[in-house]
Design a binder for this molecule. Structure first.
Ligand SMILES: Cc1cc2nc3c(=O)[nH]c(=O)nc-3n(C[C@H](O)[C@H](O)[C@H](O)COP(=O)(O)OP(=O)(O)OC[C@H]3O[C@@H](n4cnc5c(N)ncnc54)[C@H](O)[C@@H]3O)c2cc1C
Length: 417
């Protein structure tokens, strides 16, 4: 069967949706083919018994330039986190504040046992470093692993272990900090320039907002593409769809399969457990980091402390993040997590009700050096065949959105030629 669309976009995650939006704005006809039952890809929210469960703990960094350009932040009703974190260390919680936004808490934190006094001054140096120059400049700088970059600045091992490993390790799902320093510097720049926030209706409101700007019927759900042909695609159902151009906007491993690429880049996994409680576990909108280096939990937060709509009235939602995909059943994992939660919050944890576990096997690509410069336009793979998303081993909400738009612009140029 032939489609009336000029362009087929495989995948309705943020990259595919932003590609579609740009094509739509230029009056180019397109069809998004999405394998699952909804848009958003890795950014989706499930409603379960009145709770909003994001499929894995995730946040929007409001400084993302592309998100600022495309999204209507007011309509998302963004609810920010406190700029800093609560770090669990030696049986206590210590507040680690961003001194530029919370000077008093920042000064108090100078005397905490998380890193030395000099480490806290080095944060200033790091901040200056990441805020200097354009994003293009940042992605052209010498590249190291993040661990090496932190050591180059002079951070102590205590500061790296207590703060950077759970914090940055939790952002990239890489507790050993092998991730590229360019990704780290980009992330730290965004954390320094804006808020870390949740939309009040869950992270899934982000792709929903983009999809709402597309014409009706633009996204065909439950349409898994099996293979790419010279003149279109074949769906898993066997249906053939023709078009002048095809854009691959799937996650990296699936893109590799569709393109017959033998060199698959690896994946970082993450696991997220949700609990409900009647107690106000964390009244402040804070991220809690495990600075003790033991136990399954990397971090946790109470999304309902940021955005009350994440839980029914009178209840709190707790989200626990574990890096990787532990080789335990959900029940064994819940038990292990409860042991650690009880150490942290006391025996009341036994009254918390377990809601759900999400295991995301491909949460992010490895993003180890060398990563490409995501500010440059993606290449055409062959006449009419393009790729966006994680094509260059660089992921995030920002770069998925940019890659979608830039790929659409490349497609438009090609179609007009
Ligand atoms: C738990 C978690 C937390 C994260 N936290 C953050 C964060 O805080 N901040 C941040 O910036 N980034 C975060 N990320 C990363 C960010 O979500 C991703 O980089 C980004 O959403 C990827 O978008 P994408 O469109 O490239 O891919 P995806 O979202 O994976 O979309 C790909 C789409 O393609 C579809 N598809 C796959 N195969 C086929 C096929 N054969 N046919 C048709 N359709 C197909 C999939 O169903 C999916 O909808 C997080 C990711 C995870 C998993």
């Amino acid at each position: 069967m032939s489609s009336n669309a000029d362009v087929l976009i495989i995948g309705g995650g943020l990259a595919g949706l932003c590609c579609a939006l740009r094509l739509h704005q230029s009056g180019i006809s397109f069809q998004v083919l999405e394998a699952s039952d909804g848009v958003g890809g890795r950014v989706r929210t499930d409603e379960v018994e009145g709770f909003l469960l994001d499929r894995g703990f995730q946040v929007l960094l409001t400084a993302y330039p592309e998100a600022r350009r495309v999204l209507d932040y007011d309509a998302l009703n963004l609810r920010p986190f406190y700029p800093g974190a609560l770090i669990r260390y030696k049986g206590r919680f210590y507040r680690f504040a961003d001194p530029w936004r919370h000077p008093i808490d920042g000064i108090k934190g100078l005397f905490s046992p998380i890193g030395s006094f000099s480490d806290k001054l080095r944060v200033r140096k790091l901040r200056q470093q990441v805020l200097t120059g354009s994003l293009q400049d940042l992605y052209n700088r010498p590249e190291f692993t993040t661990l090496q970059a932190l050591r180059n600045i002079g951070f102590s091992e205590n500061m790296i272990d207590r703060f950077f490993k759970p914090f940055i390790g939790g952002v990239f799902f890489d507790p050993n900090l092998g991730v590229s320093s360019r990704m780290f510097e980009f992330g730290f720049r965004m954390f320094s320039m804006g808020d870390t926030a949740l939309p009040s209706k869950g992270m899934g409101a982000i792709p929903d907002q983009i999809a709402s700007k597309l014409p009706g019927g633009a996204v065909r759900k439950e349409a898994r593409v099996e293979s790419i042909q010279e003149d279109g695609v074949i769906l898993k159902s066997g249906e053939k769809i023709k078009a002048r151009s095809v854009v691959v906007a799937t996650e990296g491993p699936e893109a590799a399969r569709l393109l017959g690429d033998k060199e698959k880049s690896g994946s970082r996994s993450v696991t997220c457990l949700y609990f409900e409680t009647n107690e106000l576990t964390l009244s402040e909108p804070l991220l809690v980091l495990n600075g003790e280096g033991k136990g399954p939990i990397n971090s946790l937060c109470c999304p309902s402390s940021m955005a009350p709509s994440y839980a029914p009235k009178g209840k709190s939602l707790v989200s626990v993040t574990i890096i990787g995909n532990p080789n335990q059943s959900d029940q064994q994992l819940e038990t292990a997590v409860r042991v650690q939660l009880t150490e942290w919050f006391g025996p009341g944890v036994s009254r918390w009700r377990y809601l759900r576990t999400y295991r995301i096997l491909h949460a992010l690509p490895l993003q180890v050096p060398p990563v490409s410069n995501p500010t440059s336009r993606p290449a055409q793979l062959r006449p009419g065949l393009f790729m966006c998303g994680e094509y260059n081993n660089v992921a995030s909400i920002q770069w998925a959105m940019v890659s979608g738009r830039q790929t659409a612009e490349a497609v438009i140029d090609w179609l007009r030629k």
